[in-house]
Design a binder for this molecule. Sequence first.
Ligand code: SAM
Length: 209
Amino acid sequence: MSTESAAEYWENRYRENGRSWSGDVNVALAREVAHLVPGSALDLGCGEGGDALWLARTGWSVTAVDIAPSALAIGAAAQQPGDDITWIAADLAEWQPPTTYDLVSSCFLHSFVELPREAILRRAAAAVSPGGVLLIVGHSGAPHWHEPQDHEVVDLPTPDDVLASLFEDQLSLGDWTVLTKAVVARPVVTPHGAASTIDDSVLTLRRNR
Ligand SMILES: C[S@@+](CC[C@H](N)C(=O)[O-])C[C@H]1O[C@@H](n2cnc3c(N)ncnc32)[C@H](O)[C@@H]1O
């Protein structure tokens, strides 16, 4: 694992490489959110804002948080008049959601540097309004074209692991309805140009009260 701080690692990565992801909405988010009535949304680890921009353009009022100001700047540059997005540069290890939201989303919040992911996701769950939805999407495994050592330091929990970790302390599973708990294959094109799939871990919960 890198010895850089999370802030240094991610900011340097975006500053040196520019855009790192597709800029498109994550397929799992678009699918899980499509039937929801738009309201307030919190996007944790939003990166360059592909999800935040899509949510805003489908009617959501979005708060998008990431540790890397350079990533947020890429998202903000793509923002159009009418896109209701508040960009916040903050370390989720410390940041406390100031209110609750109709949708709290965390897509691919993985890191090669220190990341207290479980604690962040428990705070995410606590920030969902009654009747609101929590969406947690992650990699279910390393891409088969990667070398094993590329991923050995990254925690890739199953949907069951994520669910169990959310309710270790004051939150109660009885207050939630599980809408989706699945590993879903997503079509991708490998860096070598071949059609393939990669597995996403998808957990979607509705807060009952
Ligand atoms: C793999 S990227 C995913 C980005 C985006 N959600 C997406 O799906 O394209 C992980 C993101 O988490 C952010 N991140 C990592 N650690 C963080 C932390 N402690 N606080 C806030 N953001 C963090 C990184 O800067 C990066 O943008």
